[in-house]
Design a protein around this ligand. Structure first.
Ligand code: ADP
Ligand code: MG
Length: 393
């Protein structure tokens, strides 16, 4: 087990928190401050317990001086200060004597936000490449390191993994919550345990499928990835998305887990995503121009039937091109079924979370996981480097 923020006495300490303040910003205006709000719990805990706080975060990717202008954390500093109801100091430098001095002068209750950690990437990829001199410098600014940036836990960067080598460290509330929800649903011994997978390509999800299929009772496959499985069974899937390099993998899965894997029996097809014409077809009726863009109504019923008695569900990947009104039905119906029947469900994956938000179901599930890539790697069964690096209990 990893140490948590609550395992430390932080009174009079300078706590360095790696937050995920990577919010969308357009022309200097924050479009959605959810991630800033989500970071408040750990920051406020530190302030309420007599610490001062130094915050590290990235914002977007920084590959050029042009990116630097667009990706300053300064607007986040202003918003954070409003949300905390107190001044937040800002360091325009990611590494300087001035920053060192600012940190030395921090008093109990002070909060300092350091400029985008990825500005260091212009200086030879020092943040993303986990440069240890940089990590050691950041560690020198405080007394304790807390990782609260779940969405970057699958990356080994200087501001999460590197810094942990030089300081006592622990997990913040956001990471604790994500990990405990994931562990709970993965390890709980209740059945039927159903996994629903969809989204675009099989190749992105091979390790997730491999890890989950052996443990679950049923694996329902929809979305674009279903057509590679159907192709592996020699169906004519027309112009549907197929990733040829994964056909052998699909064959192997179907051979080993034929009793568990449930594939679509019909689809909503069209000849083009731009066309406003679409119709439902059984899987064995596709012609060469048909493109399967959503699961059909028989499949929706088939999937619901398989979910009827489920005690826990993990869902990753939408059932169709839900961004388009014509192909949103499968994803919406399955999500609504899970919500309405109070089935203990964890939803993970960036686009899956967008679909949950689109259908106003964000508060209807056991957990909607915020970290796209991090959650996928967790579901692969990996120890995320940002968590692995934290001090053991
Ligand atoms: P997540 O981010 O939840 O892990 P993915 O990134 O794997 O999910 O896939 C999401 C994308 O898959 C969506 O943009 C959606 O439009 C697309 N998709 C879903 N079904 C199909 C389909 N039948 N054909 C093509 N693309 C699809
Ligand atoms: Mg995605």
């Amino acid at each position: 087990m990893k140490k948590k923020i609550t395992d430390y006495d932080i009174k009079n300490k300078k706590v360095i928190i790696r937050c995920d303040l990577n919010v969308p910003i357009k022309d200097g205006i924050i479009q959605d401050d959810t991630r800033i709000r989500a970071s408040l719990e750990t920051i406020n805990y530190c302030l309420d317990n007599g610490a001062s706080v130094i915050i590290l975060s990235h914002l977007g990717k920084v590959k050029s001086d042009e990116d630097k202008k667009k990706n300053s954390l300064y607007p986040v500093c202003v918003r954070l200060s409003e949300l905390l109801g107190r001044e937040v100091l800002f360091s325009h430098d990611t590494r300087s004597d001035n920053l060192t001095r600012m940190c030395n002068n921090l008093k109990i209750g002070d909060v300092l936000l350091i400029e985008n950690t990825r500005f260091e990437d212009l200086n030879g990829n020092k943040e993303s490449g986990c440069d240890l001199d940089l990590a050691k410098y950041w560690a020198s600014l405080g007394d304790l390191f807390i990782n609260d940036a779940y969405g970057t836990c699958h990356r080994a960067h200087a501001s999460n993994v590197g810094i942990s080598k030089y300081l006592e460290s622990g997990l913040g509330f956001l990471v604790i919550n994500e990990v405990s929800k994931l562990d709970n649903i993965i390890n709980e011994d209740t059945h039927p345990y159903v996994v629903i997978m969809g989204g675009a390509k099989v190749v992105d999800k091979i390790k997730v499928i491999e890890n989950l299929v052996s443990k679950c009772d049923k694996l329902l496959i929809g979305g674009g990835m279903a057509y590679t499985f159907l192709k592996a069974l020699d169906y004519n899937v027309g112009n549907s998305l197929v990733d040829t390099e994964s056909i052998d993998f699909c064959k192997r899965m179907l051979d080993s887990y034929q009793d568990k894997i449930v594939l679509p029996v019909d689809s909503v097809v069209s000849e083009s995503l731009d066309s406003d014409k679409c119709l439902e077809k059984d899987i064995n009726k596709f012609n060469d121009l048909d493109m399967g863009l959503d699961i059909g109504s028989k499949t929706i019923e088939l999937f619901k039937d398989n979910l009827k008695d489920a005690k826990r569900v993990i869902m990753n990947g939408p059932m169709g091109v839900f961004e388009n009104k014509l192909y949103e039905n499968g994803t919406r119906e399955i999500l609504e079924y899970l919500a309405k029947n109070n089935i203990k469900t964890l939803i993970g994956g960036g686009d899956s979370v967008s679909s949950v938000n689109k259908f106003n179901l964000a508060n209807s599930f056991y957990h909607v996981s915020t970290g796209g890539g991090a959650t996928l790697e967790y579901l692969e069964g990996k120890i995320l480097p940002g968590i692995g690096a934290i001090s053991d209990e």
